[in-house]
Ligand binder design. Structure first.
Ligand SMILES: *[C@@H]1O[C@H](CO)[C@@H](O)[C@H](O)[C@H]1NC(C)=O
Length: 278
């Protein structure tokens, strides 16, 4: 199968892991995500058995989330995800034996890209295009934080800092300069979060997400049919899909919702904690 479970050196988590892997295979997750997760699991197994610490490149949010969920279940593997700042979307995962991976590895660098953007505002796509135009691949690049007229701050693997500082001279038509900055001086907006609780008769996505986004259930069902609703970055195809703790539900134009703790009530309903990112 996917991974030789015995070789992971675990026993009590075997069933959980198998279940997780089966879920991955039954098409709940896009095929390319499954392939990447599989690769990361193999890397984790190798790192743990050889007592090394290994790192991935920057991962997309769905791969990151699926991988962390699977890695968490492995007894002899510790995994740390870092993207340079707390709510980074694209992160690198470091894996190793818990005795080897004892602190956050220093594997993310930040660059400040400055120029005169006053007359030519540049978008995320403009920065991305110019950076990739230097020849680096997307996986070596983390988040891009736009700073309006001042330019942008970007996360990158440390090996490419020198290269980018010497090769990135323009974003669209604006001449720019790049400087390395410490992660601590990154300037980002902390996410606006609200937390609340809802009591629902079921954990179906149409019920829970309509409460979470404060739209009617029929509106939410419409949004599902339009393909606007995603669970863990995968489009929802059925309004009857049920949610579990830790799931991220996103709706185009409405932001994201994380499913927190779920308790059963005495009346057989579900009390669900919802965390909304505005
Ligand atoms: C679930 O139960 C715990 C313990 O009683 C309580 O602290 C928590 O607030 C409850 N969460 C929800 C979402 O009802």
């Amino acid at each position: 199968m996917l991974v030789s479970v015995a070789a992971l050196g675990i026993s009590q988590t075997v069933q959980a892991l198998k279940g997780e892997v089966d879920n991955l295979l039954t098409g709940a997750v896009e095929r390319s995500v499954t392939k990447d997760v599989k690769h990361i699991l193999e890397m984790a197994r190798r790192a743990s058995s050889r007592r090394e610490v290994l790192h991935t490149d920057f991962l997309t949010p769905p791969v990151l989330k699926e991988s962390m969920q699977v890695l968490e279940k492995l007894a002899d593997v510790k995994a740390i995800a870092q993207g340079g700042y707390p709510q980074a979307e694209r992160c690198r995962i470091s894996v190793g034996h818990p005795e080897e991976l004892t602190s956050d590895p220093d594997i993310i660098s930040a660059l400040s890209i400055t120029g005169n953007f006053q007359f030519e505002p540049c978008s995320h796509g403009d920065f991305l295009g110019s950076i990739l135009g230097t020849g680096i691949v997307r996986e070596k690049l983390g988040d891009i934080i736009l700073k309006g007229e001042q330019g942008a701050q970007i996360m990158v693997v440390p090996e490419l800092v020198e290269f980018l500082m010497s090769s990135l001279d323009k974003v669209r038509n604006v001449p720019v300069s790049c400087t390395k900055i410490p992660l601590i001086s990154l300037d980002y907006e902390p996410p606006r979060i609200t937390k609340f609780k809802t009591v629902e008769a079921s954990l179906r996505v149409d019920a829970v997400a309509s409460a979470g986004f404060k739209v009617s259930r029929s509106k939410l069902v419409d949004m599902i049919s339009n393909g606007d609703v995603r669970i863990n970055w995968n489009p929802v195809t059925s309004k009857g899909t049920t949610l579990k703790s830790g799931d991220i539900v996103s709706v185009s134009g409405k932001g994201r919702l994380k499913i927190g703790e779920i308790n059963s009530t005495r009346k057989g309903k579900f009390a669900v904690e919802l965390i909304r990112y505005l």
